[in-house]
Design a protein around this ligand. Structure first.
Ligand code: 0RQ
Length: 509
């Protein structure tokens, strides 16, 4: 045993073995619950070892495929490695890996795209079948067997409770000082025995800093020393800056109208460069004393914590760039007091999001003229990533915003279309649509008024005439008795922009 081992429990220390030996304990057909959320806290040694094993089995003519359940997206060593060797039968609840995506869209791998807050309870309800194995990264094991979670909590509590067998990866790379930052709530119950979740403020601690596992279920402990994915951000471009500017202006106006306190309400921010640009804008903006209640804490929120604009942030994962990670490590004591990491069933819980009055800001692929939003599908059939937590937040938020550049693929695609080719967030859950062109506030508007403002405010000027023309003809047709005036559409034409793009590479002739 290496001197610096973080496995202090004597019984579990006896189970330390190689990643290959641990991977040999996973069988064809197993449902495997892995840790990991947005490139943070995923197991780093067992999945590649399992991929090698699967590859050899396939070379010998044997079938070997498993179900992979996680918190959210992971990294090339997990999703990428297993998808590459054709080792995943079914994946849930969220992925963003290019190899996985290609396999799913080629029909070679099943994928179930689930609200992140639903996953744990679906397993507890028995909706997804038996969880055979859990493979969980932790930052350390205490002498009494309690586990120090690593850079994400995700669904780890549920995987550890529900799996028949547990494999632990104890990662020395994860800062030892993560100990104490987590808040793992053990008070959930199955209906009809549920109690209110006792959280009234984003910083409330309602659980304990450790995960529990029955040591008898642990079949292997693997020691690792390897960093999280930690991908770098590209600096905000002009489009992201303009989107951020519209949002800031809108929030200032809301405060002036007295509809929100001067320090705003807890912020949820999706992943990606636009989200980071919005957070940078807020960091330079007029608001102080803000809080975050989000699922992924990225560099943008770290900067806001550093400047003092944000007083604290609650999330389920720390997904930082290499520079962000260095900043976090250099000032761990400061950040420890301001960040709480929770299970995703709590970070994304509808009850808590509704109670706190979260301001939700997420990316989208397209919105239609009535405010239905597609977050997941390219041209209606090909999956991009998944709904992630966007639905958990959008439906229950105080304000739900969706943002995108107004066009994609050098202007060949309009992100504002007559009818969304797939709907993840219905018009009922979408209050604000933002592009670099402007911000459409849809609150209190009927579908036809929504169409007007979305076209005139958010659509790219190149596409406005065609959108206006579509609406005018749909209304004319409805007045002639072919269809209704509530949400006018020309059904034969509604998805013609998408089908034209598939045929010609452009949405408009
Ligand atoms: O493709 O790279 O091949 O050019 O889609 O587009 O503009 O880079 O967008 O990285 O901000 O992601 C919705 C996918 C946006 C993301 C989505 C093409 C475009 C490009 C990506 P290329 P961008 P972003 C918190 C909340 C759902 C989950 C969520 C997402 C690629 O925000 O996955 O919100 N959201 N979770 O060219 C065809 C269009 C298009 C289009 C863009 N209209 N039609 N292609 N593209 N618009 C996090 C978690 O839950 C974990």
């Amino acid at each position: 045993m290496p001197i610096e081992s973080r496995v202090l429990h004597p019984g579990l220390r006896q189970k330390i073995m190689s990643a290959d030996a641990a991977a040999a304990l996973i069988q064809h057909g197993d449902h495997v619950g892995m840790s990991g959320f947005t490139g943070a806290g995923y197991p780093k040694a067992v999945p590649p070892a399992l991929a090698r094993r699967i590859e050899s089995a396939h070379a010998a003519g044997e079938t070997f495929r498993i179900g992979v359940w996680t918190g959210a997206s992971t990294a090339p060593e997990l999703d990428g490695a297993l998808a590459k060797v054709g080792g995943i039968e079914m994946r849930l609840p969220y992925q963003s890996d290019p190899t996985c995506r290609a396999r799913i869209n080629a029909g070679e791998m099943d994928y179930i795209d689930i609200h992140l807050s639903h996953v744990a309870q679906f397993v507890w309800f028995g909706f997804l079948g038996k969880l055979n194995v859990a493979v969980i990264e932790v930052a350390g094991v205490l002498e009494d067997g309690r586990l120090i979670p690593s850079s994400s909590v995700g669904n780890n509590k549920t995987w550890l409770d529900q799996a028949d067998k547990v494999i632990l990866e104890v990662n020395r790379w994860q800062p030892a000082a993560l100990e104490g930052m987590h808040d793992v709530y053990y008070g959930t119950q199955l209906p009809p025995h549920r109690k209110p979740i006792p959280m009234e403020h984003p910083g409330d601690r309602i659980g304990e800093p450790y995960l529990h596992v029955d040591p008898n279920k642990v079949v292997a402990v693997v020691e690792t020393d390897q960093g999280d994915r930690n991908s770098a951000f590209t600096p905000p471009d002009e489009t992201s800056e303009r989107i951020a500017g519209h949002i800031l202006e809108f929030l200032e106006a809301e405060v002036k109208k007295g509809r929100m306190p001067p320090h705003l309400l807890p912020l949820q921010s999706g992943v990606g460069n636009i989200a980071n640009a919005v957070l940078s804008g807020l960091n330079r903006g007029p608001f102080d004393g803000m809080t975050g209640y989000t699922e992924v804490l990225q560099d943008g929120m770290l900067e806001m914590l550093k400047s003092g604009k944000l007083t604290l942030a609650s999330a389920t994962a720390l997904s930082l760039s290499p520079a962000g990670m260095q900043e976090f490590l250099d000032n761990l004591d400061f950040y420890r007091q301001r960040i709480v990491l929770r299970p995703q069933e709590i970070s994304n819980h509808p009850e808590v999001i509704r109670r706190l009055g979260v301001i939700s800001m997420n990316g989208m692929i397209e919105a239609d003229i009535y405010g239905n939003v597609n977050s997941t599908h390219i041209m209606g059939t090909r999956i991009m990533n998944g709904i992630g937590g966007s639905g958990d937040f959008a439906r229950n938020a105080f304000l739900s915003m969706f943002m995108t550049p107004s066009t994609a693929k050098d202007g060949a695609i309009s992100c504002i279309v007559p009818m969304a080719s797939h709907v993840d967030h219905t018009e009922h859950d979408v209050q604000i649509v933002v592009t670099e062109q402007g911000l459409a506030d849809l609150r209190g508007l009927s579908p036809r008024r929504r169409a007007e403002i979305i076209i005139e405010t958010c659509a790219h000027p190149d596409y406005r005439p065609a959108l206006r023309n579509y609406v005018a003809r749909a209304e004319r047709q409805a007045k002639l008795g072919h269809g209704g005036m509530h949400t006018p559409h020309i059904l034969d034409e509604a998805l013609s922009w998408h089908s034209r793009y598939e045929r010609t590479g452009r949405m408009l002739p």
